[in-house]
Design a protein. Structure first.
Length: 340
């Protein structure tokens, strides 16, 4: 079965072709980062308009790179939510109308399920069950994953997610958009000069909270005005140390509490080198295994949507009668998903 994947939940347009027998055939991605950088963050209306411009050319490029035509596609998977309403509508309406013309089935995919399953795209995918750390955008969650659609929430963020904290702290330090990668790069030049709190590190549960950490950074910034380059780097270093220490400890606690020895990490913050370094060391000490998607699949992409859709379609029974009406789910809790 050949599945076309369409991702348009925020500021990246992703298209991919996944074959259930031969794996990922091709994918293409267009990022709107440069366009939104001028405004210091994502402008939803601009994002939607840009998705409209990109989705058809990216689909043609992906098909050409895979040596396939539209009529080779057996099904279309698209991000139905969560995300920006207008951006989701672009991908959803494109997918449903194309499927209507081709008379093939569609499936709406939960964006976070795409991230959750992204490590399974690798050559040596982790086996079920496993603990998953989802650190994507406004989400920081720990999940127990027993199979496709069988997810149990272990811990969640109570306020700011890790990615939001990175972006807000980067803004406090005068860094550009997107803030997370810029802060991580700056932290490489920092020294252990300051000490920031580790929120909920010893709370006894698996929840997260990073808004107070951001406030502590603001206090540091105000105390050291005007900021010189080294002070900026030192604050970035300590902030990254604090976040990655909390994430690492919570992950190891989740493995202990569930009795599992397999961890996967997905989402944009999952690309952070310091986090990977700490998780690699911690899991090695405990004789556990940790898996990540390749860096290009940590951020939003069509490949994870095509894969997640293909896995669900394989397990579902489709009738010949198809309904191509559609809706989007800007707010969609992962716990609402059911096994196919």
């Amino acid at each position: 079965m050949l599945v076309l994947g369409v991702e348009s939940s925020c500021d990246e347009t992703g298209i991919a072709l996944y074959d259930t027998e031969h794996g990922l055939l091709a994918h293409a991605l267009y990022s709107q980062v440069e366009m939104h950088a001028e405004y210091g963050g994502v402008v939803p209306e601009l994002a939607s308009r840009d998705h409209i411009r990109r989705v058809l050319p990216l689909t043609k490029t992906t098909l050409d790179n895979a040596g396939k035509t539209l009529h080779d596609i057996n099904a279309i998977a698209y991000t139905q939510g969560p995300g920006l309403s207008g951006a989701l509508l672009v991908g959803t309406s494109f997918a449903e109308s194309l499927a209507f013309g081709l008379k093939i089935p569609t499936i709406g995919v939960h964006h976070l399920e795409g991230h959750l399953l992204a490590p399974l795209l690798e050559d040596n995918p982790p086996a079920f069950p496993f603990v998953a750390l989802l650190v994507s955008g406004g989400h920081t969650q720990l999940m127990r994953v027993d199979d496709i659609g069988q997810y149990a929430l272990l811990g969640d963020t109570l306020d700011d997610a890790a990615g939001e904290a990175f972006d807000k702290t980067a803004k406090l330090l005068g860094l550009g958009y997107p803030g997370g990668p810029a802060l991580s790069k700056l932290a490489q030049h920092g020294k252990p000069r300051f000490k920031l709190p580790r929120p909920l590190l010893n709370s006894g549960d698996l929840n997260f909270s990073f808004s107070g950490l951001k406030t502590s950074v603001l206090t540091l910034v105000n105390q050291h005005q005007p900021l010189d380059k080294q002070t900026q780097a030192d604050i970035a270093y300590e902030f990254q140390e604090a976040v990655t220490e909390v994430l690492t400890k919570k992950c190891m606690s989740a493995l202990r509490d569930t009795g599992l020895d397999n961890l996967i990490v997905s989402g944009g913050v999952g690309a952070n080198a310091k986090l990977r370094e700490k998780l690699n060391a911690a899991t090695k000490r405990k004789l556990c295994k940790v898996s990540y998607p390749r860096l290009e699949f940590c951020t939003d992409n069509g490949a994870m949507i095509a894969f997640a859709g293909a896995m669900r379609l394989k397990a579902m029974q489709h009738s010949e009668e198809r309904n191509y009406s559609f809706s989007v789910k800007p707010r969609w809790n992962l716990s609402e998903l059911q096994a196919p």
